[in-house]
Design a protein around this ligand. Structure first.
Ligand code: GTP
Ligand code: MG
Length: 224
């Protein structure tokens, strides 16, 4: 007899998060922190599950504030995850806010991403149940334009059957001009996909911590 029932925790991730803590919130760029270790950002539309995703990675229920009311996180919230910093970004695409407020959010996001040397990776969260919104597509184009490294991560996978999830992964990937294998599916409710996310983070921080090797031939190549 084969054992078919396995828990998600059985496959150990290459990175273990022990004690994640809140650092600070920033409402504008003057308040952005200067990270002393690799920084990973989490972005996505309002209510997609950014704060829940962060809590899942931290093994804490209330590290990042979650809400069923969209548009709660209006600040950049920074968390110390030991080997890296995690930044929870304000959600976009929330209809019930004034034009002025929307512009303020767009400016905060723009200021944040402009400083791209400080950003080692972006987890771009998309709801696994729906087609990406026009805002999601715009966000991805923005990440491409600024050549920021990112992983599209689907949230709320627990709300779909296995079959439907597979189908949606294909459809969402196609909409975003990505291969289905480039997407990670997660559920902060069940912990599904957590190991894959932690493994991705491990490879990102290993790369960020690699010493920069100077290219000795650089000057000659330029001179030619
Ligand atoms: N079933 C299920 N519900 C989820 C999951 N992730 C988030 N939610 C729920 O979705 C709602 C929004 O989650 P948040 O984590 O607050 O979303 P957010 O993206 O941080 O939202 P803003 O900060 O307002 O932009 C909450 O009611 C969560 O409980 C998930 O994986 N599965
Ligand atoms: Mg939030």
């Amino acid at each position: 007899m084969y054992e078919t029932k396995r828990t998600f925790e059985e496959v150990k991730p290459s990175l273990i998060i022990k004690n994640a803590t809140f650092i600070t919130s920033a409402a504008r760029k003057e308040q952005f922190i200067v990270p002393d270790k690799p920084m990973i950002a989490v972005c996505g539309k309002s209510n997609v599950g950014k704060s829940s995703f962060i809590n899942m990675l931290a093994n804490r229920k209330k590290l990042a504030k979650t809400s069923s009311e969209p548009g709660r996180t209006r600040l950049v919230n920074y968390f110390d995850f030991g080997e890296f910093i995690l930044a929870d970004l304000p959600g976009y695409g929330f209809a019930r806010v004034s034009k002025g407020e929307k512009e303020k959010w767009a400016k905060t996001l723009d200021d944040f991403f402009k400083d791209k040397e400080k950003i080692s990776h972006v987890f771009m969260l998309v709801d696994s149940r729906h087609d990406p919104t026009a805002d999601d597509v715009q966000m991805i184009e923005y990440l491409h334009f600024h050549t920021l490294p990112f992983t599209v991560t689907l949230t709320k996978a627990d709300k779909l059957s296995k079959m439907k999830l597979k189908e949606n992964i294909r459809a969402i990937a196609a909409d975003l001009y990505l291969a289905p294998a480039n997407l990670l599916a997660t559920s902060s409710e069940t912990g599904f996909g957590k190991t894959e996310v932690l493994n991705k983070i491990k490879s990102v921080i290993d790369l960020a911590n690699q010493p920069v090797i100077e290219n000795e031939n650089e000057e000659e190549e330029i001179a030619e």
